[in-house]
Ligand binder design. Sequence first.
Ligand SMILES: *Cc1c(COP(=O)(O)O)cnc(C)c1O
Length: 369
Amino acid sequence: MIDAQRLSNSYLFYRGRVALYAILKAMGVKDGDEVAIQAYTCLAVPEAVLATGAIPVYVDIEETGYNMEPKVLEQAITRNTKAIVLQHTFGIPAKITRILTIANEHGIPVIEDCCHSMAGKASGKVLGSFGAATFYSFEWGKPLVAGLGGALIVNDSDLNDKIKSEYKSFVFPDFSTTFKIELQYQAFNFLYRPELYWPVKKAFHLLSRLGAIVGNFSNLDCAGLKRSPEFRQKMILSAQRRLMSQLQSLEEVTKHSQAVTDFYKKEIRGPGIIHPELLEDSKAVFARYPLRVKNKVELLERAKEQNIELAEWYSTPVHPVSIDQSQLIGYAANSCPNAELRCLETVSLPTGLRVNKKFLQMVRDFFSC
Ligand SMILES: *Cc1c(COP(=O)(O)O)cnc(C)c1O
């Protein structure tokens, strides 16, 4: 498990994507370079790549899994590939040994995206300790919620020196942004529970459209991203303080996730439902528990009616950008068929501390009819 010690030595940024941006810059990634990322991800990841001026190159995921497929990565690497972002989606460890071998053969650094995984392991080692660097996010939907924020841990000492000096130029967001983030966190903390997922989500989207809260995604324009002040900012202080205190509960969060996951594994079954597979020698701690289903649209409708938290992400290969629009961020329709298929068939359940016995019973009933 990532411990408080390790995280308290990390660099804290405005968001996870800013942490990714900072490490890409420290690696010297610039205009025209390529960065390999997986399809079946969220816009935050290519946003960080585009903000450096580089091109995100989308790598398809495993045939039946949720993470980058090494064979496809091999074909995607060119002379211009300057970094690989390896995402452990939902907290499921990626094929890290194979991917590190490929990366090392080509001399390309790997950055682990641990936004869903603070405690999972592969070959007995915690995720986030394999690549040159790793980053985390602490917004709504992640294992620890601190408000907005991201952390970067650098395992490579040269890169660490670079980041250490560059971090000095990062500034705090202005008062109005800080205030919005704080209000948003308090509202989330007060309102959110799995039975209120749908109304809270709706309110969040509405407020975000009105500009009353800090939304998740800006526009898709690369020049705009390059100019965006967000990519020069640190995590707000109140979120930093919350993060440090929440790290004390990481063990509890992890245990809870495991107990909830055990319940889902045992109690949810039915025709056409496929549970996630794990690699041998790896341990997942799920940020959310994904299921592949035959009737995603119908299930989501029913979940909404019954007020059951069932998330649709990722609904597109670069969530929430529609496939039609995804050219703007360098994704070509049909280029990653496994990712596109997973988008059509995946729903996911929460594993956080607010998942209680009552909710688990509701989930069991929901899937048994
Ligand atoms: C949440 C998330 C991020 C970063 O999110 P921010 O909103 O920038 O903090 C990056 N990658 C994945 C897979 C995520 O889920």
